[in-house]
Design a protein around this ligand. Structure first.
Ligand code: SF4
Length: 469
């Protein structure tokens, strides 16, 4: 596609992250938060510079992943910061492009500004909820824009496997496929501690022949993060079990050992992900070069200790003394857990047996209204009668084609996402923002499942333009 961009673009194909993936080398990615302007910013920048300089000599660190306004609105992944990291580390970082407050009409300019700093990797996501009225651009749109502009960007997208009801689980995985169909070059998971969910995603990708690299995001838990994780998860929608939350709190009480326990857990997770077939692990929570050196050395050593998946699984279970990682009352996994010891990760039987998905269908009244909307082709009906019928049968008027959303109006999504769910839904499948409402994308998925149309959820929708809003 022809573009008017006048940026200094580097079309040099060398990109260590892409190279590691294409050569099948297991890689480490270090996740960092940008320093916030104000008190302590200089110290944060110095630590970040030290980390980048140290990691330049570590061949298995393929890239830095820089978050964008993850927990603080002022913690911004600016092109300047990314350019500085690239110079110190000697490899292109991954720039997060959060869709929160992103002006879709300025996407080409935003993407071009990273490309002109020779940033070759981006990670596109819709961003966490902050307040009503803030615009959220779906990561799908960011990826499409980067691809259609012909920019030399290697594009990552998110998936949250830490979901425990049927609609939520399939909503995440079908949207992941949609993102790959839209051009995503690699996928990064949310961070969690339920290794059976990491395994589920790896199995799902292999069964559905999702051929792009998959990165497991892992978090080194710091003392300050325990309350947040115990209250639900590292970020909204990445759920943890009460048993695990209680274990973390007990570990916090025995402070002298706290960090060594976290380090051991993280190293075990990294080893498990490597055995499951992940292409890389992305580690967040490292504050300086000394911590990173300890963590990576331990991860490398622990990885080499396990010859088989079965041996690793025993060690992981022993480490947690049988603590369940599944949140109570919510426990859907796509694959049945086998009691058989699994020494050969390539052996698909019997653990690849799929569990029958008992979808949460909408109430019969909504299904009937949905059927009438299809029969009447309400999308074509003019005037007030058409408006009234769309309101009554589909739930409202929407800016995208109702046929593409199974005649479910998606306008009630507070983030105004049209391609599928964000990762933030609550344990019972209700909306991250309004707990009394179901995530509207789960309702759409229920309708699609009822009509045997789940495959349609793997296709992106023509998004409304700014003038439609
Ligand atoms: S409706 Fe669903 S996709 Fe939209 S904000 Fe709520 S949880 Fe996220």
């Amino acid at each position: 596609m022809k573009t008017d961009l006048q940026f200094k673009l580097d079309f040099n194909p060398e990109n260590p992250l892409r190279q590691a993936f294409s050569e099948g080398r297991f890689a480490f990615i270090l996740e960092v938060d940008p320093p916030c302007p104000g008190i302590g910013a200089a110290e944060q920048q110095t630590a970040l510079d030290g980390l980048a300089t140290w990691s330049a000599s570590q061949p298995d660190i393929a890239a830095f992943f820089v978050t964008d306004r993850l927990f603080d609105e002022n913690s911004r992944a600016t092109p300047h910061l990314l350019g500085r990291l690239r110079q110190l580390h000697g490899k292109s970082p991954i720039a997060t492009i959060s869709g929160r407050d992103l002006d879709p009409s300025r996407l080409p300019e935003t993407l071009g500004s990273y490309a002109s700093e020779e940033v070759k990797n981006i990670f596109a996501c819709s961003g966490h909820w902050l307040a009503q009225g803030r615009l959220h651009v779906d990561g799908v749109e960011t990826i499409r824009s980067g691809k259609s502009l012909g920019l030399p960007l290697f594009c990552g997208a998110a998936v949250n496997p830490f979901k425990y009801n049927v609609n939520d689980v399939y909503g995440q995985y079908l949207k992941m496929i949609l993102k790959v169909n839209a051009g995503a070059d690699f996928i990064v998971t949310q961070a969690g501690w339920d290794m059976r969910k990491y395994h589920e995603l790896a199995r799902f990708c292999s069964l559905r022949e999702v051929s792009v690299p998959i990165v497991a995001r892992l978090a080194l838990v710091g003392e300050a993060e325990v309350p947040r994780i115990a209250a639900g998860g590292l970020v909204p929608g990445a759920h943890v079990s009460q048993g695990f939350a209680a274990q973390l709190q007990r570990e916090l009480q025995s402070r002298p050992q706290f960090m060594s326990v976290q380090l051991k857990r993280l190293s075990l997770q990294a080893a498990g992900c490597a055995l499951m077939g992940y292409n890389a692990v992305q580690i967040r929570g490292l504050r300086n070069a000394a911590e990173a050196a300890t963590v990576l050395d331990t991860c490398r050593k622990v990885r080499s200790q396990f010859a088989s998946f079965g041996a690793w699984l025993e060690a992981w279970k022993d480490f947690h003394h049988g603590t369940s990682m599944t949140p109570a009352n919510h426990h859907f996994y796509i694959y049945r857990q086998s009691d058989r010891r699994r020494d050969d990760p390539e052996n698909a039987e019997p653990e690849f047996a799929m569990v029958e998905a008992d979808f949460d269908y909408p109430l019969s009244g909504l299904l009937w209204r949905n059927r009438f909307a299809r029969l009447l082709k309400v999308e074509h009906m003019p005037g007030r009668k058409g408006q009234w019928l769309r309101q009554f049968l589909c739930g409202g008027e929407q800016r995208t084609d109702l046929r593409a959303t199974q005649y479910v109006c998606l306008e009630s999504c507070p983030k105004k996402l049209v391609h599928g769910p964000c990762g933030g839904s609550r344990l019972d499948g209700s909306c991250e923002v309004e707990a009394e409402l179901p995530c509207i994308h789960n309702t759409r998925l229920g309708v699609a499942a009822w009509n045997n149309q789940l495959d349609l959820l793997e296709q992106a929708i023509k998004a409304p333009s700014a003038s439609d809003s």
